[in-house]
Structure formats: C-alpha cells, structure tokens
Design a protein around this ligand. Structure first.
Ligand SMILES: [Zn+2]
Length: 237
C-alpha cells in the first residue's frame, strides 16, 4: 500500500521589510523566511513545482510523502528582488498569484490596510517564471467573490487567465481566491472554475491537505506570518 501523501500549501504575501518604516503581519523578514524554509527542509518537506502539484492532484503517488507547495499572493515586486533569490538558494520552486489589473502598478486594492507597494511588472513576471516561480491567477481586480454575480466571477476568472497566458506564453491552471473568499455558493464557483479551464483553486488559511484532495477547487493553505508555528501546524504529520 502506498503511504498517504500530505501536501502543505503555504501562503505568504511579502518577504522583506515594509517601505517607509511600517509593516504588518503580512510581511515576513528575510531572516525569518530563511529560518522557516530551513525548518521545512530539515523536517523532510520537499518543495514541488506547479507542474508536479497539478500532476499530484491526479496522481497522488507521484508526490513525495511530505510535499510542500510555497505560494505567494498579490505578486509584489519584492517577489523578484527579495523572495526569489532566497528560494533559489534553497532550490525551492514556488507559485505567485497575481491580480492582473495591477501588473506594473501599485497594490491599491489594499489601500489603507497595507503599505503602498509596487506590484511586479511583465518583465518581473517573466524573470520569476524563468527563476522557478510559476505565475498563476489571483483574478483581475482582486475582488471578494461573495460580492460578485456569477457573470462577473466568470469574467474575472477568464480575463485574468487569458491575460497571463498571452503575456507569458504558458498555461495558467491555478487560481487563488482574493481574501480567500470562495464565494457564497461553492458548487457554482467550482463549476465556473471548471468551465473557464482551471484545474485547482486555493483558499486562505487552514491546515495541510491530505491527497487525494477532497476538493481541488477549495484547497486550504497555511497562512504564513512571522510568528506562524510550523512545528505546531505540521510537526505531527
Ligand atoms: Zn490577495
């Protein structure tokens, strides 16, 4: 019998320090990020890339016993300048979820709640792709799905996928719900994700996933901040 496969999907936002002297829980300093990655490596978690993740959803036995999928929401420019070099040093691939209306702009969807920060431009996204960080969709306008009509949801799913696929010349198969908001009607949301060609979608928060996943369109992710206790969340797996 094949042993069960566990996939820990970690959800980060920003690596480094905030601009202009303030930051929030969504910032993880470089030193703490490195410590977290070292703990994961030493505890036997093997980072997989987006292709291995997609294959693993269909064929769990293709994954390591303890799989690790590192994800980053919102696509800040610091993904390229701060996070990617560290990921490369640890030889760990990752996924970044980008809201396409903000590519090359600022994080105005977070105005007032988070420091103003530039979002990666197309050159940054291409460099991330080449550097082992797969660029996937975080909708167009970073909306809360529970506030959208089905038609608007479909538009957000479809247009963001198209923009990334034509801008980067590669398939986009994974979606991360902005604010982890999977909509008021999960079945309807899943149907729209299928219809628009996605293979998986991620919520925000929750524990590791046991494969085969009960619902690949509502995958839980560990919310990562500077004080997240990985040993408590994963130590017993
Ligand atoms: Zn987001």
């Amino acid at each position: 019998m094949t042993p069960p496969r566990t996939l820990a999907i970690l959800s980060y936002h920003k690596i480094g320090v905030g601009p202009g002297g303030w930051d929030t829980w969504y910032y993880v300093s470089e030193a703490i990020f490195e410590k977290q990655l070292a703990w994961l490596r030493d505890d036997g978690w093997q980072a997989i890339d987006c292709a291995a993740f997609l294959r693993g959803l269909r064929e769990p036995e293709s994954l390591p016993k303890r799989g690790l999928l590192l994800t980053f929401d919102d696509g800040y420019r610091t993904m390229r300048t701060v996070a990617m070099p560290i990921l490369q040093r640890f030889a760990m691939p990752a996924i970044v979820f980008v809201p396409t209306a903000f590519i090359g702009g600022m994080n105005t969807f977070d105005a007032g709640n988070e420091p103003d920060e530039p979002i990666a431009g197309w050159d940054d996204l291409r460099a991330l792709e080449q550097g082992g960080v797969s660029v996937q969709s975080h909708a167009v306008s970073h909306p809360a799905f529970s506030k959208l009509t089905p038609a608007r949801m479909e538009e957000e799913l479809c247009a963001s996928k198209l923009a990334l696929e034509s801008g980067l010349g590669k398939p986009v198969d994974v979606f991360a719900f902005p604010y982890g908001d999977g909509g008021v009607n999960p079945e309807q949301t899943t149907e729209l994700l299928r219809k628009t060609g996605y293979a998986a979608a991620c919520l925000y928060g929750g524990g590791p996933v046991t494969l085969p996943a009960s619902d690949p369109y509502r995958l839980t992710r560990l919310a990562m901040g500077p004080d997240t206790d990985l040993a408590a969340a994963l130590g017993d797996v």
